[in-house]
Structures are given as structure tokens and as C-alpha cells.
Design a protein around this ligand. Structure first.
Ligand code: TRP
Length: 451
């Protein structure tokens, strides 16, 4: 709870910060999106570029966003206002916080609908997929998308799960939930990996993901990898800034962010390897796209030994990952409402969840009743996805890089980031030059100039 005295909540220790922020980062992006993007973008070429983007652009920006939040010790808007003031810069830098709050709330609205599919499949998995063939599994997925009540029902259930956690507060809710869900998530990933090694085709998965094929690298692959590096690390949307604002002074931002990045990348790679090992062992196609874990994988679960158990574990894993990410999308707007307008935490969380839930209904209907409603040729789901992950996230990332690299005073940056000498110059140089250029390239691709 925020106290009127102005003392803000803080994570219990640096491990708690690492855990909750890894919880935000590790989500549908790692276990749903990363494997299917790897599958459709040619495997290893995408993986290698993705790794380069994570290290070269993602980690430096993760550090920058955490740094701004901790320096500001406030919700994203007020944090940006105070760091801008300290730097003698204009108040308009608050726009970074505003973009974050709006963007996070919009992402939450469609993230929750997709997480709802996962909850539906978790229940299906408990009944097992055995006896179902390719056509039947496709029908199950298209049947789910065509059913507004089922989509809205699961979307509502997922939103409720998040509301319950975030209402509990920073340590009593968010930290507590992550302390239970994240160890369970790590354990399930290891179990799946063990299964992949013991009973599936791990060598084929390793070949697919790591066999270097330079000719498969192309501009679209690079841009897809760069965009995904942003999404998977939860960058630019105020989530990292808000979590960073609950971090105590004196904790090493470099070290904690390094661990968070390693956890996020590690889970994506291990989940990808396990999924492809299972897919290849059953002679299935890796390039199914978004249906990879919803159509291809259940087909493997239907045929393989222990398929039912592995299927349930898998969808529980994805549900937990989605849950710990969604709660981080609620906190930026919540902290803003609580601190700026002195609204009680419960009411603030309820308001944020209600708005996202309401927009989410339109997202759910865009798969069926409203599928014809289009703007720029995109339905509501694609529109929100494009607006947030392809436009607002890179825009906020660019502004964060420019602010941290060029506007904030160097001694303040050094003090907060805790680096000196060559290590500082390397990080600072990356944030000043590499990140803005890379992000500009993503933009030019989005608006169709390149790519
Ligand atoms: N990183 C999460 C994932 O990989 C999604 C997510 C959570 C996110 N919080 C975010 C994305 C903030 C962008 C911004 O699924």
C-alpha cells in the first residue's frame, strides 16, 4: 500500500526484484511467440540475430529504463518529470511515461485474450488430445476463435487472476505471486527439457535453432528479431520503469539486469528447444506460425508417450508465464493513479483492469462477430498489436535511449547505473548511438521505407 507519508513500497531484496522483473519479461513472448517466430523465420538465423539484439540493444535499454525508474522513485510519468527536472530538461519528457501507461494498458487488453486461449487449452489438456488428428485440432482452435462467449469468458477469468494479485500490493501481491509462480515455472521448463532430451529429438531441435546458416539472414529477419527483443524484455512500456522505481538505492543495476536478461533468454531458448524436440520427434512442421503451440504441439501430445501429462504441464507453464507478465502491465497505470490522484490502490487496480477488460472484449470479438471491422486493413487485434509493439514500444525505447544517453547529466547517470571507466563508456556509447540507430531502422521498416 502507498502511504500518505510518501514512503514508497520497495522489493524485499535484490533477488525479489530480479524475480519479479524476470516474471514480467518471461511470458507469452518467450513460450508462444519466440518459438513460432523462430519456426517461421528460418530457425537459427533468427535465433542468432535475436541473441545479438538482446545483448546489443535489449540489455543496455533494460538497464537504462530501470535506472530512470529508480532515479525517479515514482510512477513512470512522475519519474520522468523528476529526472527531466534534475537534468534541466523540459517537462515534455513525461511523455515517455504517458506512452508507457497507455501502451501497457493496451497490451494488457489483447495479452489477456491470448492468455485466455492458453487457459482454455490448459483445461483441454487435462482431458488429453489423444485420438485427435490435424484437422480436428485445427477445428478446435478455429472453433475457440469463433466463439465469443468462450473467448470473453477466459479473458475475464485471466483478468480476474491478475486483479487479485495486483490488488495485494507490491510486496504482498506482486512479489508474493512471483515467488510462487516463477520457481514453478523454472521447474516445469526443466522437466520439459528433460523430456525433450530423454524422449524426443533434441539433436534435431539443436540443429534447427543453432546450426549457423548465414544465407538465411535477411532484413525482415533482423527487424523481426529486434522487435521481439523489445517485447520479450518488456521494454518501453513503463513496466520496467515502475518495477525499477521499487528498487532500493545501492543495488547494482548492471548485475540485476544481466540476471534478468539471462533468465529471459534462457527460458526462451530452453522452451524453444523442448518444443522443437517434441515437434521433430513426431515428424511435424516447425513453421506453423501462431498456431505452433496450439495446433502443432497438441498433435504431438496426442501421439507421444506421457503426452497428457506433458501437455498439462506445458499449458500450466504458459499460463504462469502469462500471468506474471500481465501483472506487470497493470502496475504502471496503477502506480500513476495512486500517486498522482491519491486514489486508493484497490480502486486504481479495479479501474485499470476494467478498462483493459473492456477493450479486450472488442479484441475477442475481432476474431468472430467483428472480424470485418478493419482500419488500415487490420482488425482490432492486429491494430492494437501493431500500434503497441510495432510503434509505441520502439518510440518509447528511442526516447528512453535519447534521454538516458544525451539529456541526463553524465555524473547522475554514472552514479545511478553504477558503472565506471571502460564499462561505463561501452554502455553509454551503446545507448547513445547503437540503440537509437537500431530503433530508427525498426521504424523505417514499420512505415514501409525499408525491409
Ligand atoms: N515480456 C512479456 C512477454 O514476453 C510481455 C510483457 C510484459 C510486456 N510486460 C510488458 C511487453 C511490457 C511490453 C511491455 O510475454
Amino acid at each position: 500500500m502507498s502511504s500518505p507519508s510518501g514512503a514508497r513500497a520497495h522489493w524485499s531484496n535484490r533477488w525479489a526484484f530480479i524475480l519479479v522483473t524476470a516474471g514480467s519479461a518471461i511470458g507469452l513472448g518467450n513460450i508462444w511467440k519466440f518459438p513460432y517466430m523462430t519456426g517461421t523465420n528460418g530457425g537459427s538465423a533468427f535465433v542468432l540475430i535475436y541473441l545479438a539484439c538482446i545483448i546489443g540493444i535489449g540489455l543496455p535499454l533494460l538497464m537504462a529504463e530501470t535506472m530512470l525508474g529508480r532515479r525517479g522513485q515514482s510512477n513512470p510519468v512522475d519519474a520522468m518529470r523528476s529526472v527531466a527536472e534534475e537534468a534541466g530538461a523540459g517537462r515534455w519528457w513525461q511523455v515517455i511515461g504517458i506512452i508507457g501507461i497507455l501502451g501497457a494498458s493496451l497490451i494488457l487488453s489483447f495479452y489477456s485474450v491470448v492468455a485466455g486461449w492458453i487457459l482454455d487449452y490448459t483445461v483441454l489438456a487435462t482431458q488429453g488430445f489423444s485420438g485427435l488428428g490435424k484437422a480436428e485440432l485445427e477445428n478446435i482452435f478455429t472453433g475457440l476463435l469463433a466463439d465469443p462467449w468462450r473467448l470473453v469468458g477466459w479473458h475475464s477469468a485471466f483478468m480476474l487472476l491478475n486483479l487479485i494479485v495486483v490488488i495485494g500490493g507490491v510486496t504482498g501481491g506482486i512479489e508474493r505471486a512471483n515467488k510462487i509462480l516463477m520457481p514453478a515455472l523454472f521447474a516445469i521448463v526443466l522437466l520439459l527439457l528433460g523430456y525433450g532430451i530423454a524422449a524426443a529429438d533434441m539433436p534435431a531441435a539443436i540443429r534447427f535453432m543453432f546450426h549457423f546458416e548465414p544465407q538465411a539472414i535477411s532484413a525482415p529477419v533482423i527487424l523481426a528479431a529486434m522487435g521481439h527483443a523489445f517485447f520479450t524484455l518488456s521494454l518501453g512500456m513503463g513496466a520496467i520503469m515502475t518495477y525499477g522505481s521499487y528498487l532500493e538505492r545501492g543495488t547494482s543495476i548492471t548485475r540485476t539486469c544481466l540476471y534478468i536478461m539471462l533468465a529471459d533468454t534462457g527460458i526462451a531458448l530452453l522452451a524453444g528447444l523442448s518444443i522443437f524436440a517434441i515437434v521433430f520427434a513426431q515428424g511435424l512442421e516447425p513453421a506453423a506460425g501462431p498456431g505452433l503451440i496450439l495446433q502443432t504441439l497438441p498433435l504431438a501430445f496426442a501421439q507421444m508417450p506421457l503426452g497428457k501429462l506433458v501437455g498439462v504441464l506445458f499449458f500450466v507453464l504458459v499460463s504462469f508465464a502469462a500471468w506474471t507478465s500481465a501483472i506487470s502491465l497493470i502496475e504502471p497505470a496503477t502506480s500513476f493513479l495512486v500517486e498522482r490522484f491519491a486514489i486508493g490502490r484497490k480502486a486504481a487496480v479495479a479501474a485499470v483492469c476494467f478498462v483493459a477488460w473492456f477493450i479486450g472484449i472488442a479484441v475477442a470479438l475481432s476474431f468472430n462477430l467483428w472480424s470485418e471491422i478493419k482500419l488500415f486493413g487490420l482488425n482490432i487485434f492486429d491494430l492494437l498489436d501493431t500500434l503497441t509493439t510495432k510503434m509505441l514500444m520502439p518510440l518509447a525505447g528511442l526516447l528512453i535511449a535519447l534521454f538516458a544517453g544525451w539529456v541526463m547529466k553524465r555524473p547522475h547517470v554514472m552514479e545511478e547505473i553504477g558503472l565506471t571507466g571502460g564499462a561505463f563508456r561501452f554502455w553509454h556509447g551503446t545507448v547513445r548511438y547503437v540503440s537509437p540507430v537500431a530503433i530508427m531502422l525498426i521504424f523505417l521498416n514499420v512505415i514501409g521505407v525499408i525491409g
